[in-house]
Design a protein around this ligand. Structure first.
Ligand SMILES: O=C(O)C(=O)[C@H](O)CO
Ligand SMILES: [Mg+2]
Length: 265
């Protein structure tokens, strides 16, 4: 399969300090990494780590907001528009400095009875972000996240993500299809992914329900990826799972799914 893998170093190599995970990913055979929130580290330090390891950084998330207060993104949170814009600007600054092409714009936690109001906020904030992304040649992603792990996360449905992408209607806005979340929120992956087609800008994988290596659990990841390939997806596949034991020892799922790493024969 043509997919390039990117190691999610917020989850992989959990036994190492974050800054040591770049070299570990390269030694394991990856040539690309993604991560969630790199903001506690100066961009200069991150750039050194990427360069030393010979890696591309493919994706980061927008800052969550006030983590102690339970924020998990701000894009769909009514009344927090100014903070959203500041947090998005910070993500763009990191992405530009690190030549990172994709930013996952996190929607945030919104009570179900405010969903409709939040939808307007989300669309307006995404329009603002998409315009900046278009100008700078970046892609912004929205990711449906399951309600078992993140109750009340605003965006949990693939179909709603597709409708929002259509409404905002920017070439810079795409869906992050994390197969782990999508399986928990309704399954039927092959048919539903085909329906949203070229709105998909990034894919992530993990086993369901364990969120461990993707060769475990109820989804045949290789089969779903083959269907995505047949449907025309040719982007990245993010290895975003929590290893059962050692990260390197668990990489056998890659060959089993019909994928390969550039640095591993
Ligand atoms: O939870 C996920 O699947 C993600 O990809 C988010 O970026 C952060 O948690
Ligand atoms: Mg994900």
């Amino acid at each position: 399969m043509p997919f390039r893998l990117t190691a999610n170093i917020s989850f992989l190599f959990p036994d190492l300090p974050f800054l040591d995970r770049f070299a570990a990913a390269a030694a394991a055979g990856f040539d690309a990494v993604e991560c969630h929130w790199p903001y506690e580290h100066p961009v200069e330090m991150l750039r050194v780590k990427l360069t030393e390891a010979g890696l591309d950084l493919t994706g980061i998330n927008t800052p969550r907001g006030n983590v102690d207060a339970g924020d998990f993104g701000l894009a769909a949170v009514p009344g927090r528009e100014e903070e959203f814009r500041e947090s998005f600007a910070k993500a763009v600054a990191y992405a530009e400095a690190l030549e990172c092409p994709m930013i996952h714009v996190m929607a945030g936690i919104v009570a179900a009875d405010r969903h409709e109001e939040a939808c307007y906020t989300y669309i307006e904030n995404l329009r603002h972000a998409a315009k900046i992304a278009e100008d700078k040649g970046l892609t912004i992603l929205i990711e449906p996240i399951n309600h078992r792990d993140a109750p009340d996360y605003f965006l949990s449905s693939l179909e709603e993500a597709d409708a929002i992408v259509a409404t905002v209607s920017s070439p810079a806005l795409k869906i992050l299809a994390d197969l782990y979340h999508l399986q928990i929120m309704g399954g039927d992956l092959v048919s539903r992914l085909a329906e949203v087609g070229d709105a998909i800008g990034h894919v992530q994988v993990a086993a369901v329900p364990s969120r461990a290596e993707p060769d475990d659990g109820e989804v045949n990841i290789g089969f779903v990826l083959k269907a995505l390939e047949a449907a025309g997806y040719d982007g990245l596949v993010g290895a975003e799972y929590r290893p059962r034991a050692g990260t390197v020892e668990g990489l056998g799922w890659i060959a089993a799914a019909g994928l390969s790493l550039p640095g591993r024969g």
